[in-house]
Design a protein around this ligand. Structure first.
Ligand SMILES: Nc1nc2c(ncn2[C@@H]2O[C@H](COP(=O)(O)OP(=O)(O)OP(=O)(O)O)[C@@H](O)[C@H]2O)c(=O)[nH]1
Ligand SMILES: [Mg+2]
Length: 257
């Protein structure tokens, strides 16, 4: 057969399965979003439209890939958690990573006009992605706590920085110098004392990031047999929770099953 002479090249395609019974987390991050947000006139430090669009794109991922049970987003990044025993694409790393990446990017572009009706896309935005495997529940909990701590730290810094620049008329260099070595209480004090801003009254989405949670199936099966179900319904809920810590996971045990 004509084909057989060439078919050996297939053997160069190596399998890339992710370890079974581990938690798969895929994190995406906007490529050069410093420039992208500047070119498209995003408000500083937080643009409600931009963050809403990221949430919408992440929801697209969760709608298309039912095994994604949780997502957390801040700034230009989103992390997706797949259910522990997922068999999506036979757990092939490249398939899972590239699918999540392209679904999010496509939704970001597709929904752009809904969030930025007045702003034409000047060039195609893109994202990078990585997959990390976590062996147990504790690492998964700590992972999301880590990302959310990052949100708190960055947002407090950025909010104070831009208040000093925009309202305090400091140069960016002077604002950086003023904030250098300050702890969070001092930043709260600068915001409150000098600009009358109570940080805790800023929108939750800015301070806490966005959490997208797959809702559980509510229906009880007729028979006593456990249903052959994957533990999740299709519905996705968008939350802005204080801390993604113990209580959060205990209230939603299906996420780590
Ligand atoms: N003005 C504005 N900028 C934002 C907003 N969200 C994200 N950004 C920008 O996006 C950047 C995200 O940080 P990084 O991911 O570290 O930087 P990056 O330029 O995307 O660089 P790479 O990720 O390394 O490609 C921030 O530094 C901001 O410049 C927003 O709501 N408003
Ligand atoms: Mg980035």
């Amino acid at each position: 057969m004509a084909n057989s002479k060439f078919a050996y090249v297939r053997s160069f395609e190596l399998p890339d399965p992710l370890l079974p019974s581990t938690y798969i987390v895929c994190r995406l991050d906007g490529r050069s979003f410093h420039k992208f947000t500047d070119v498209h006139g995003f408000l500083k430090p937080n643009d409600e439209r931009g963050l809403g669009l990221m949430d919408r794109a992440a929801e697209g991922v969760m709608t298309e890939l039912r095994d994604v049970v949780l997502a957390f987003g801040e700034s230009d990044e989103f992390s997706f958690l797949l259910k522990k025993h997922t068999t999506l694409y036979n757990r092939r790393e490249s398939k899972i990573l590239s699918s999540i990446l392209s679904i999010l990017t496509a939704h970001y572009v597709f929904h752009w006009p809904d969030f930025f009706p007045e702003t034409k896309l000047q060039y195609p935005p893109s994202f990078d992605a990585r997959i990390v495997l976590y062996p147990g529940e504790q690492e998964v909990r700590d992972y999301f706590a880590w990302r959310q701590a990052d949100t708190h730290i960055n947002n407090l810094y950025n909010t104070t920085f831009w208040a000093l620049v925009q309202q305090g008329d400091l140069t960016p260099t002077a604002a950086h110098a003023e904030l250098s070595g300050t702890v969070s209480a001092q930043k709260h004090e600068i915001l409150h004392g000098r600009f009358g801003v109570n940080y805790n009254n800023l929108p939750e989405r800015y301070r806490k990031g966005s959490v997208l949670v797959r809702k559980p199936v509510n229906k009880r099966p007729r028979s006593r047999q456990p249903p052959p179900w994957d533990g999740t319904s299709g519905e996705v809920e968008v939350l802005h929770v204080d801390v993604i810590a113990d209580e959060f996971w205990e209230q939603r045990p299906w996420l780590l099953r």
